[in-house]
Ligand binder design. Sequence first.
Ligand code: ME8
Length: 510
Amino acid sequence: MEKFYVTTAIDYVNASPHIGHAYEKIAADILARYYRLKGRDVFFLTGVDEHGSKVERAAQQAGVTPKVFCDQMSGKFEQAWKALGLSYDYFIRTTEDRHTLVVQGIFKKMLEKGDVYKGTYAGLYCEGCEDFLRERDLDGDGNCPNHKRPPRETKEENYFFRLSSYKHRLKEWISNGDGVVMPDGRRKEVLNQLDDDELGDFSVSRSRSSLSWGIPVPGDPDQVIYVWVDALTNYLTGVGYLTDKSMLARYWPCDLHLVGKDITKFHAIYWPAMLMSADVALPKRVFGHGFITVEGQKISKSIGNVIDPNQLVERYGADAVRFFLFAATSFDQDGDFSKKEFLTKVNSELANNLGNLLNRTLTLVERNCGGIVPDCQPENNLREEANEVHVVYCKLMESFEFAKAIEAVFALVDQANKYINDERPWALFKEGKKKEGEQVLYTVLEILRRTALKLYPITPGLSAGIWNQLGFKSLIEDVSQNEKGFWELIPAGQAINNVGPIFKRIEEEV
Ligand code: ME8
């Protein structure tokens, strides 16, 4: 069975999750659910990044030990992801014992290879980025452009990683591979970074006197492993590197690292170089997605526009949130969350276009066919159209063009609405043209069946509801065998269920 191993970035636990974090995790969930439906052996890993100065400082400010702080915060992330219906297979925490073993193991391998050496680091460190900056990275006021604060002048003895030895191989990997770094703009950016002579060896440890919250360098307890080396390694820990050989063989190399555009460098340069050094196969793809803004502004505590995903889900339900975020944005570009757009899109697509079509059709089946799917064949044109949409949809989902995939599904829903309006099955039944009326309803039921399947990765709750109303049992179990469910037709004689609106219009003023 073909496998699909997908990861997300692991979030720093210094602050609570916001919809920007949620966006990336939902994208991974969409792909995990899509490939499970296609019958692949999927492993979906997400989790939290718990070490480093940023988290250490947040714990200090909260007046608790870092461990207690991380326990509290990681619980918040898990709770938010559960509310959003994320189907991850494992939630990793970098404070797990087995992770320490793996990080130290990778560090030792890089040391043994001769790629890690001791030197003195003198320069600028931004705690917000947990990264070293150069003078020319700063803005006009001498601040980190992302965090609007001056970086800290640092001078200390550290271990360094010999990135310079791997630049050539990295360039070959990125240039020759089939979409190993996506989207194309990010790929070019990374290639430019590799051409920059100033991108040299990077520090992979901090002295314990400046950072105590981290994993010790093996054999040198005065040094703590750099938080990025620690964090990136989670992708190996999660599938059993050094701890579970068969699991590692089953899922590694990773098929897709989903990360934000701000951290593509770490995933497309540092991470593969570390893997090359440790003689581990490289991931197949890194995708750097765009950022979510709120009402046109960057998400920021100081602006006060941080939206808690829990609150959104409580108020509108997970399906509406998931649907909006992916129907309204291009995944490779920045996108905006605006309350007005949210209400408009969700009401018009889910409540009106899809919800009304479903409710209308089921009511007609109840009244005219005794609540049983009639014994017919679908109308040819719409059937062909639906087959074409299936091919287009799969291509778009597999190239991360989620908004376009959703658009293709809704174009078919629009056609089905037009078809039922034009054919007027209620009138056909009245005129005694039962067979004709049944064919129209059967055709629309079949389009609805396919719509439920195609929306399942995006709106799993809603799709499971539609599936149930159409008289099926379990969507994932019914379909995930050899993809056959995509092409089969709704069985005649099946009894529909629980007729009633599946998605209620959100009545709320903006
Ligand atoms: O970078 N829109 O953690 P993080 C979309 N711990 N994505 C966003 C976003 C927004 N407004 N804000 C943040 C880290 N993200 C490291 C990762 S991985 C080995 C270690 C994304 O909490 C961001 O781009 O700062 C990143 O992919 C993820 O959320 C976690 O960000």
